[in-house]
Design a protein around this ligand. Structure first.
Ligand code: WT7
Length: 651
């Protein structure tokens, strides 16, 4: 059987089993922002702890009560406090004498660059705020943002925050129809967009999708267009405005007004179990407190660091860990517009090398893609600036975790595997680098100030060695305050499962191992039941990816007459690995059998050239289930490449 890891650094030697725990390096620990006392402080008095964290921010007026949970499940945090988010993310740093510090190192896909200091950012955000005000927008109005990763996108979000306008960022890869339904649901008055965006060396139109989306949309008064690619666009006089004629000439002076701690900061749509996306609502004071606190402690950000989160502002990770958390902490960060393999697979590593990125935060799917490309690519670059790595979005399989640390992290960088959701607003479960001894694949423990449990159907703690549902049993500052326009759905989706206890149901399965480390196993709808045994798709995927020939795997439970569900796996091979057909499949099945249990052995394994992924990088298991069960495909509109099914069916 060929299951040896591919990287020499992580190869277990025959006689000394690899100690699969990673204690913090003492020098890192000594200098870390987060010290063990953080856990003690939070345990002593959780609410007082959060008050201390809120003091990281500038409040125009202090709060009276830290938490009002009397309206559960709608929390109020820092009741009566007043603050301005943009002031906290921009003005404050300038006033503290850091105006010349670089806020954003922008790298466009075609290779153009722009450097914005905090002085520059303040001027830009002020101009946009003045221009938005001149358009007649007032606090509480909604603004849709449909833009690629360019500085104006961040400026727009901050200008909205500055004016108390609630933004709704819609990922630039979504269709006109998806944009329209979000515009309508939030009744957005303004849409900010670009003529087109750079994608793999070519300009891709975006304004045209907006034209289609806003046609007949009653709420929309204006469409503001940044010129990014210079392509021709249709123009509707009276409605469409050019950013360069509207924002550029506006005054760079603007005085930020304070808003209530519970003022709605943004709506972000995320998919639920039904077809209609949920508009997750986040507010001001609690949200900014928790993103700032977590960014400081989880990423150990220091003034010399260069931070890079590879997410898109279309997702919550972009909101919390590109815009609000990092900027509230005055970071210098890289913002990259394009795809990781444009013009070739070296791009991310060139960027790390060029800017001296020291903190790099990405998704497991990206790490596995790098693995597929092969380590020769990162090895061709000096990545020695990297001192901390982060992972988010799905469980990271131990094989990818070790590869990430060895190949990208030079064998020394701590990895923070951060569990959270659009709904939680900020990181909830994660190691603290410098404090936590990590295990590859485990998010380890709730952060100080956060309380989580793993329980069974009746709400009983599963204890060490047990698995069950992940719940959050105490309110937290950055929690969602509802679903826009549908508070019944809010109660029903998150709070009805454990209504008696008043716990938030996260929708994830999780386990505590024998040492009490917390492992998130994936969505409970991705948990299979085979002959009465509960098996996580993520666990089987991890076993498959543990095989040296496998780059990536997706597993689904398909209806099975005998066993309830049967396990069906779709597997991509690493570059250069030969598909020998049956012998390879037999090897993979036995790998799963020995790694987990014979009951987890996939019924079918398909070797495929690609997996269907959403634009946020999530594997669309629902569609793979359709394939596995021989059905017509469901909605493929959110896929990066709907054509991948042709390839899968042919395989
Ligand atoms: C779901 C939330 C959080 C920002 C990006 C995704 C999964 C997220 C982890 C992790 C295991 C994870 C969960 C969660 N997830 N991070 N570190 N380990 N699973 O946000 O689209 O709202 O998705 O992503 O299943 O419920 P999202």
């Amino acid at each position: 059987m060929t299951s040896a890891p591919s990287t020499p650094n992580s190869a277990p030697s025959a006689d000394t089993p690899e100690p699969d725990v990673y204690p913090p390096n003492p020098a890192f620990a000594a200098a870390a922002n987060a010290q063990p006392s953080l856990y003690d402080d939070a345990a002593r008095d959780r609410l007082a702890f959060w008050e201390t964290q809120a003091e990281r921010l500038h409040w125009h007026e202090k709060w009276s009560d830290v938490l009002d949970w009397s309206g559960a499940p709608v929390a109020k945090w820092f009741v009566g406090g007043k603050l301005n988010v943009a002031y906290n993310c921009v003005d404050r740093h300038v006033l503290e004498g850091n105006g010349e510090r670089v806020a954003i190192e922008f790298e466009g896909e075609p290779g153009d660059t722009r450097t914005l200091t905090y002085n520059d950012l303040l001027a830009e955000v002020s101009r946009a705020a003045n221009a938005f005000t001149d358009l007649g927008l007032v606090a509480g109005d909604r603004v849709a943002v449909y833009m690629p990763m360019i500085p104006e996108a961040i400026v727009t979000m901050l200008a909205c925050a500055r004016l108390g306008l609630t933004h709704s960022v819609v990922f630039g890869g979504f269709s006109a129809g998806a944009l329209r339904s979000r515009i309508d649901d939030a009744e957005a008055k303004l849409v900010v967009t670009v003529d087109g965006q750079w994608r793999r060396g070519k300009p891709a139109p975006l304004k045209s999708a907006v034209d289609e989306a806003v046609d007949g949309a009653e709420s929309v008064e204006n469409v503001l267009v940044v010129r990014r690619t210079g392509i021709d666009v249709e123009w509707t006089e009276g409605r469409d405005l050019c950013w360069h004629d509207t924002v550029d000439p506006a005054s760079p002076e603007h005085t930020a007004q304070p808003f209530d701690s519970e003022h709605p900061l943004f709506i972000l749509y995320t998919s639920g179990t039904t077809g209609k996306p949920k508009g997750i609502v986040h507010t001001t004071g609690g949200y900014l407190t928790q993103v700032s606190y977590t960014h400081h402690n989880v990423f150990d950000y220091k003034p010399d660091d260069v931070y890079w989160c590879t997410a898109d502002i279309g997702w919550v990770t972009g909101h919390s860990y590109i815009v609000y958390g990092p900027l509230s902490n005055g970071v210098t960060q890289v913002v990259y517009e394009g795809t990781p393999n444009s013009p070739d697979e070296h791009r991310h590593f060139q960027i790390i090398e060029k800017y001296g990125v020291s903190i790099y935060y990405t998704a497991p799917t990206m790490v596995r893609t790098f693995m597929k490309w092969g380590r020769a690519i990162p090895d061709a670059h000096d990545l020695s600036s990297i001192r901390l790595l982060g992972s988010v979005g799905e469980p990271i399989n131990p094989e990818a975790w070790r590869w990430y640390r060895d190949v990208i992290g030079g064998g020394t960088a701590p990895i923070v595997d951060t569990w959270w959701q659009t709904e939680t607003g900020a990181i909830m479960i994660s190691p603290l680098p410098g404090v936590t001894t990590t295990k590859p694949g485990s998010a380890m423990a709730p952060l100080p100030g956060i309380s989580a449990k793993i329980v069974d159907d009746d709400g009983k703690d599963v204890g060490n060695g047990g698995s069950g549902y992940l719940v959050l049993d105490e309110p937290w500052p950055s929690m969602l305050r509802g679903i826009w326009g549908d508070m019944d759905r809010y109660r029903d989706t998150y709070w009805s499962r454990y209504a008696e206890q008043g716990w938030y149901f996260a929708g994830d399965g999780a386990k505590f191992d024998e040492d009490g480390a917390l492992w998130v196993m994936g969505r409970v709808d991705d948990v299979m039941n085979v002959s009465g045994h509960r098996i996580s798709t993520a666990e089987v995927e991890s076993a498959l990816v543990g095989h040296s020939g496998v780059a990536e795997a997706a597993v689904v439970g398909a209806t099975d007459d005998t066993t309830g569900q049967g396990i069906v796996a779709f597997v991509i091979l690493r570059q250069g690995v030969e598909n020998t057909g049956d012998p390879l499949i037999a090897e993979l099945r036995s790998q799963v059998s020995t790694d987990i249990s014979p009951i987890a052995k996939p019924r079918e394994i398909h070797i495929v050239p690609e997996l269907p992924k959403t634009r946020s990088g999530k594997i669309m298991r629902r569609l793979l289930r359709d394939v596995a069960e021989g059905r017509e495909l469901g909605d493929t509109s959110t896929l990066v490449d709907p054509g991948v099914f042709e390839a899968i069916r042919k395989a």
